[in-house]
Design a protein around this ligand. Sequence first.
Ligand code: GRF
Length: 227
Amino acid sequence: MTESKPARLVVLISGTGRNLQALIDAQAMGQLGAQIVHVVSNRPKVPGLDRAAAAGIPTSVVDHQDYPSREAFDTALAEVVEACHPDVIALAGFMRILTPGFIRRFAGRLLNIHPSLLPKYRGLHTHRRALEAGDREHGASIHFVTEELDGGPVVLQGRIHIGSTDTPDTLARRVMEEIELQIYPAAVRWMADGRLQLCDGRALMDGDPLDQPLSWPHDALQEGLAP
Ligand code: GRF
């Protein structure tokens, strides 16, 4: 019997790379179901590139400042990504808005992590906005990337309670440590195993439409993907 090859994962980053590190660590523990074949950054010399190099993962920089337009940058980025033959592409703190052409080219393979309970707070400053709104809960979401910014079908969410002493900084740290670093490896695992799919604009899990996002840790626990 031939063993099936792990899914090929490309990770796009712009900075610190803590989410990338969580994926690297999950792979090292044999829990990712995927092999990170390449890391691409749109910014040179960011810590995330060092993390990839330390793990022996090939890296590329496609610096958006080298291109005259968003389309030209995305064309160059798409060529690098395509050459890796990815099954899954994970945006992990990738801070560029992708063009519709790029998104269509890789439709159904693109995941993003966003630090809010989508559909709340698309875009930036999510922690401050959750506090200003007086929310009791906050969290992070993994979603398929579609042409609508932070608007694609949400597949997995984790939530925390907002405490009376939380500030934007403490919330950012808590959402990162308690939620983001946990949920991305689980979502990639489900993609790598072919269980999560994007079909006609809807997220499917094991072939069934997700009426609501999977929840962390509840749904991951049932799969042995949460501690
Ligand atoms: C994360 O909060 C991610 O959700 C957001 O940008 C941050 C990136 O952090 N889009 P890192 O690069 O993974 O450390």
